[in-house]
Design a protein around this ligand. Sequence first.
Ligand code: SR1
Ligand code: MG
Length: 397
Amino acid sequence: MSTEQLATGTVPEFLQQHPELSGPVDPDSIVSVTEVGDGNLNLVFIVRDAEGAGVVVKQSLPHVRVDPSWPLTRARTKREAVVLAAHEAVDPAHVPALYGFDEASVALSIEDLSDHAVWRSELNAGRIHPYAAAQLGTYVGAVSFATSVFGTAGPDRRRLVAEAANPELSEITEDLVFTEPYVDHEHNGWLPANDIDVQELRADRAFVREIGLAKLRFQESTQSLLHGDLHTGSVFVRADGESVRAFDSEFGTYGPTGFDLGAVWANLILAAARAKVLGRSGDAATLLELPLELVAAFEAEFARRWPERVDPRVYGDDVREQVLESIRSDAAIYAAAKTVRRLVGFSKVADIETLAEVERAEAVRLALRAARAIGIARLTGASTRALGDLTKSVIIG
Ligand code: SR1
Ligand code: MG
């Protein structure tokens, strides 16, 4: 594809040619364009006009941004537009508004949320924003119910599942989250002090089996339309506590609902490990309570919508309870998988990487142990509360 690559200087003309992407911005009075992309994949521009209105324009590159030797489909922008449109239709309060998508230029435009901050950056600065966990639980509850068998009629849903197929990015998840950390791979890396921890992890056959089974469910399941990459760097928070938005859903596809819950949970474990090694055990304890709020809010929203289910004939409340139980269990193993991948594999996180070496090694050790602990304890039917307490005892002592 010979799509023109946008640059700060060419964005104004691009929006004049594509006014459907300009949202509230007047394309004829643009005064600033700033490239702010800090993720692994794309270009992201914040555009402002003379009245102060803003829009965010995102364009995919033909490769991974942080590794130009790694080609990647530019159709990922379309995949994100599909997921974002579907999620916005269900829960507009928890995602940025989608203004437009242009297939030829592989660009989309969304609401400018510059009055928000990225949750991961806030966590790393010691500001927890604890309300965000429950808000994300509500978001996952709303979109997972609406896109599940319970929220969408069968034939429509089968078409939607096909439309949201995301083969290339799903393969990245399968490789980076579930496979590479457990084998020798050039993407992996850790401090020498953590050699013993990685060896222990890989030698834990029960844990590796659970990771394999979790990968299998990720590959086979079409339970709901996932965000697909719901880490704290994909979440905006606003200091007034009134707005929490999940963005960057380009990895979205139909999959097991617990995958999104597990992503949030994992990143709370990582943030807690950071807090602990920096001497902030109180913050670590607060952070490790948040997965409970996440899961409780998810279940409450799912249950609130349950009376609207499209086919109640054999889907009684007992079915709902079993579905929620299996999602809780999935959330724990996906939390474990997503913790491990950020410590051992490609795409590590600032929470850990910005620590000095001694603290980093300790944080990695604690988080790996917490991941293994919940990945196994969930097999005994441990409650989310019990799993949360377990992570506290491992990380805080
Ligand atoms: C090559 S993409 C690496 C990672 O960045 C995204 O945030 C996803 O988590 C993906 O696994
Ligand atoms: Mg991202």
